[in-house]
Design a protein around this ligand. Structure first.
Ligand SMILES: [Zn+2]
Length: 303
């Protein structure tokens, strides 16, 4: 089952030749989504050979230009190319009015329906759930309302040894509980999934996108045990004061949060143009967490 992320734009605020502004493409179990829409996101999708007409939905983390200014252009291109499938967009409460004004001002009409949903500013919340995976928005700590995102597969069922279960006459609800990996008491005996199933399932995978943020408790909790965490690392420790005043994080802070949350791999992103050499940022975070890399535009990560 596919679960991959393509980092389309990994720079902060201002696009450069090396780094575009924030956008990510996610393919989970064959369904595709976009996280944020920095300027020129259509071109980044094209460069990475990802089809935007097939996108099921778009998640917008906040209303700063480097995360949202590419959205009208992308929607407009989809429309010009004749999209008819409706599209879900989850974003800040202000997003709908802004898009409306934009269409009105440029006198545009889209060829497809947009279903806009506002994420909660109050609490971490599952906002999209289908058979095999779910999305949760995570209110984080930025200068304006902003949400990160956790994408997670549902736990996979254990494979029950049908023959053995049949011979023992296990009732239906007991079989179901064992498949969920639960220990069940039956007739004074404890039945463990290990004894009744052939092998444990592959662990479910999860991806967390921090969006722009200071390190915060919501994000720490929501990142627990994540397979991959992409964290704001706009600055290094020498610029920690600036990180605080602009509501961003340093590489070291990202490393610390990843360690505390027990994340498997940390990717540092939203890096400032001011640093020509990013190895010092990676080293800073590496003192806190053992698996750290710097995001690059076009990097594909298979979870
Ligand atoms: Zn921002």
């Amino acid at each position: 089952m596919t679960f991959e992320v393509v980092f389309l734009g990994t720079g902060a605020a201002v696009p450069s030749l090396q780094r575009g502004t924030t956008s990510q493409f996610v393919d989970i179990h064959g369904q595709t989504f976009l996280i944020d829409a920095g300027e020129g996101v259509q071109l980044a999708l094209r460069k990475n050979k990802r089809r935007f007409q097939r996108l099921k939905g778009i998640f917008i983390s906040h209303m700063h230009g480097d995360h949202v200014l590419g959205l009208p252009g992308l929607l407009s291109t989809m429309s010009l190319l004749g999209r008819t499938d409706s599209l879900d967009i989850w974003g800040p409460p202000d997003l709908g009015a802004w898009l409306q004004q934009t269409w009105k001002a440029i006198q545009a009409h889209l060829s497809f329906e947009i279903r806009l949903h506002s994420w909660s500013e109050e609490r971490t919340e599952i906002f999209h759930e289908v058979k095999h995976f779910r999305f949760a928005s995570i209110p984080v700590k930025h200068r304006i309302p902003c949400c990160g995102l956790r994408i997670e597969e549902h736990s996979l069922p254990w494979k029950l040894n049908g023959q053995k279960a049949k011979e023992a006459g296990l009732p239906f609800d007991v079989r179901q509980a064992l498949k969920r990996g639960e220990t069940v008491e039956l007739g004074g005996e404890l039945l463990q999934p290990e004894m009744w199933c052939t092998s444990p399932p592959r662990p479910s995978r999860s991806y967390v996108y921090s969006a722009d943020t200071r390190p915060c408790e919501n994000l720490r909790l929501a990142s627990k045990g994540a397979t991959l965490l992409y964290h704001d690392a706009t600055f290094n420790e020498a610029d920690a004061t600036r990180a605080k005043s602009t509501y961003h994080s340093t590489a070291k802070e990202a490393g610390r949060l990843a360690r505390q949350a027990g994340v498997e791999t940390l990717v540092l992103g939203h890096v400032s143009l001011r640093y020509k050499d990013l190895e010092p940022l990676r080293l800073e975070a590496s003192k806190e967490h053992e698996n750290v890399l710097i995001a690059e535009d076009g990097l594909l990560w298979r979870l």
